[in-house]
Design a protein around this ligand. Structure first.
Ligand code: FAD
Ligand code: DLZ
Ligand code: SF4
Length: 510
């Protein structure tokens, strides 16, 4: 054999760089389901089903196209626990001239693969992952010399680079770069949210569901009602479903939350984009076509494209710029354990219960639930960044360290000192009330802050403002909050702090 080509679980893209110039006559492919990857965090059961089933479908497609694929299916009794174990055995049997792979998305595994040549005694060629708009080097060059990085300016570069929603004379379509201000409507049930896209599990997926139920029964979540796409064809159908039925309202209700609806007008495409079943640029081009053909308004299409060529690329750039030190940051000095209800959803706080319960059932919660409910609570409660990051890495079907970490540690927890965002997204219950109908189903009273039944977010918010005065008082975007705090009567401030202290002591009972 000439080359042994390793394809990882999130590299399910037919033209992945490792496969370029490869020859099915001389080269062979390795794919492996292994315990080290399936268990390095408490992955949601649906995430494992998605990846194993998508890997198996991808391997079958490669075989149909004439490739030899050595597929290591998961076996709890296998002596091969790691990808290296599997590769080592194949290298021993096939004696390839070299191993080829595309660079891994996570620092943990990437660092390990970069050492493999030492123990394998064959060269390991690691090719760039060019499924992103910006290369790592391009991002580093853009970031150089900037004290703080702002997504908006990077996003404009990506708009220019891709030409997405740009006029022929180089201006942003509609005259503005960003229509976020139009994207803050509360959803009151109308227009109705589209039914979520569903694929019924085929025989391969059903086998994997059985495997996961048997072998990963202690992992978070459930396999019940698994309906994710597991092939590129079905992921394309999921994209078409989003474009036709949800994109037109995506902008208006991007920040909305609902007690009744899990998915609203979101795309639910991140699990597919992140494992390679969908191409991010292709997704954006398809959305742009819907704008030009008059099927979706500009605020929706721009908002959607910004999430992908803006935020997604931006967080990846930050991850590779700052790892591995980034993962250890804790600039707000948080030391509280993650409350247990994050794993059970058993809390009287309706917004938290609904977000966590949807997460448990679906391996999914939309961005505002992640940022302004579960994230906001962890920020206000001063949870250790490491623990909340591990939670987010475990519980979502789209979670990979490179995208989860900057979102959680940087955007939510502000643990990087504001490198990623100019101010923390801390908010009281008022924000949740404005953007959702949760509060009317809650045992707590969102209009109260100090009483026994008062919404916990309220007093915790002021405690956060008070305890981090030194961190944020000088921040021009936070000045008004400090003026509001200082304006309150001393008795009121004392009562708020006392209530917050009690809440912090009793988090697990809320
Ligand atoms: P939509 O709302 O339809 O957005 C469209 C696409 O934009 C998404 O599919 C995704 O590819 C991209 N996108 C949107 N927001 C972001 C963002 N902030 N960062 C990166 N890409 C973005 N996203 C992940 O893909 N994996 C994660 O592990 C992850 N962890 C997160 C943790 C926290 C604490 C927060 C606040 C956000 C996290 N996000 C993560 C970002 C975002 O919440 C999800 O991408 C989004 O909810 C996925 O659902 P969707 O496909 O319906 O997205
Ligand atoms: C997330 C995941 C899981 C659950 N299982 C596997 C696996 O068995 N084999 C594999 O090749 N990859 C898996 N992955 C993805 C990797 O752990 C890792 O997160 C990505 O390759 C990082 O980019
Ligand atoms: Fe959440 Fe507070 Fe509203 Fe209850 S009252 S749903 S805890 S914001």
């Amino acid at each position: 054999m000439r080359h042994l080509i390793l394809i990882l679980g999130d590299q399910l893209t037919p033209d992945i760089s490792a496969l370029r110039e490869a020859d099915p006559e001389q080269d062979a492919i390795v794919m492996a389901e292994v315990s080290d990857e399936a268990s390095y965090t408490n992955h949601h059961k649906k995430k494992i089903v998605l990846l194993f089933s998508a890997m198996r479908h991808f391997a079958r497609e490669l075989e149909n196209n004439g490739w030899t694929v050595h597929y290591h299916a998961y076996d709890p009794d296998s002596p091969h626990h790691s990808l290296l174990d599997v590769i080592r055995e194949r290298v021993g049997q096939d004696q390839p001239e070299k191993v080829i792979t595309t660079e891994c998305g996570e620092y943990r595994l990437d660092a390990a693969i970069r050492q493999w040549h030492e123990s394998l005694n064959v060269p390991v060629e690691i090719r760039p992952d060019d499924r992103f708009i910006a290369t790592k080097r391009e991002f580093a060059r853009w970031a150089e010399g900037r004290k703080q990085l702002r997504m908006e300016f990077f996003y404009r570069e990506m708009r220019r680079k891709t030409g997405l929603l740009m006029t022929p004379d180089g201006n942003p379509e509609g005259g503005e770069w960003n229509y976020d201000a139009d994207n803050r409507k509360k959803w009151t049930g109308k227009p109705p949210a589209p039914a979520s896209f569903r694929v019924e599990p085929d025989a391969i997926t059903r086998d994997v569901i059985e495997l996961v139920d048997d072998t990963f029964s202690d992992h978070f979540g459930t396999t019940d009602d698994f309906h994710f796409a597991v092939t590129a064809g079905d992921a394309e159908a999921a994209l078409a479903h989003f474009l036709d039925f949800a994109l037109p309202c995506f902008g208006d209700y991007q920040d909305a939350m609902s007690d009744q609806e899990d998915w609203l007008f979101h795309s639910i495409l991140s699990p597919y984009i992140n494992c390679g079943l969908l191409d991010p640029l292709g997704v954006c081009e398809a959305a742009a076509r819907h704008y030009y053909s008059g099927q979706a308004p500009l605020n929706a299409v721009e908002g959607f494209i910004r999430q992908i060529i803006g935020w997604r690329e931006f967080v990846r750039g930050i991850y590779w710029l700052l790892m591995p030190e980034y993962a250890k940051e804790n600039r707000l000095g948080n030391d509280r354990d993650l409350p247990w209800f994050y794993w059970t959803g058993e809390t009287g706080m309706r917004c938290m219960h609904k977000a966590i319960d949807a997460t448990r059932r679906n391996g999914y919660a939309h961005h505002i639930q992640r940022l302004m409910v579960t994230g906001n609570f962890a920020l206000l409660a001063g949870v250790k960044p490491e623990e909340i990051c591990d939670w987010y890495l475990a519980v979502y079907a789209d979670a990979y360290d490179w995208v989860e970490l900057p979102n959680t540690l940087g955007m939510v927890m502000h643990a990087d000192g504001g490198y990623l965002g100019s101010k923390p997204y801390a908010a009281s219950g008022k924000y949740i009330q404005r953007m959702s109908d949760y509060c009317s189903h809650c045992r707590y009273n969102v209009s109260e802050a100090t009483t026994e039944d008062a919404c916990p977010f309220n007093a915790l918010y002021w405690h956060f403002i008070h305890r981090h005065r030194r961190d944020f008082e000088g921040n021009p975007r936070m000045g008004m909050m400090y003026r509001n705090w200082d304006r309150q009567k001393p008795e009121r401030r004392d009562a708020l702090l006392a209530r917050a202290e009690w809440l912090l002591e009793n988090l697990n009972t809320l």
